[in-house]
Design a protein around this ligand. Structure first.
Ligand SMILES: [Zn+2]
Length: 67
């Protein structure tokens, strides 16, 4: 392997910033815990938004528009 290989980077799925792909990057592929939680939160919201199902357990008010 070439000794001078550049550090691989990935794009943070939440904010699209380049993130160094390193073993000590605890939030990869995200750049930070904040972005990881944002993405996770959106994913959970998608899961809950199932058409046709009862919305009884979705009685909390939707937080301010995230998008
Ligand atoms: Zn990010």
């Amino acid at each position: 392997m070439p000794a001078s290989s550049p550090i691989a980077t990935v794009k943070c799925p939440a904010c699209k910033k380049p993130v160094p792909w390193q073993p000590d990057q605890p939030y990869k592929p995200f750049c930070s815990e904040r972005c990881r939680l944002i993405d996770l939160g959106e994913w959970i919201m998608e899961e809950k938004r199932i058409p046709g199902e009862s919305a009884e357990d979705f009685d909390r008010e939707t937080p301010q528009n995230w998008h």
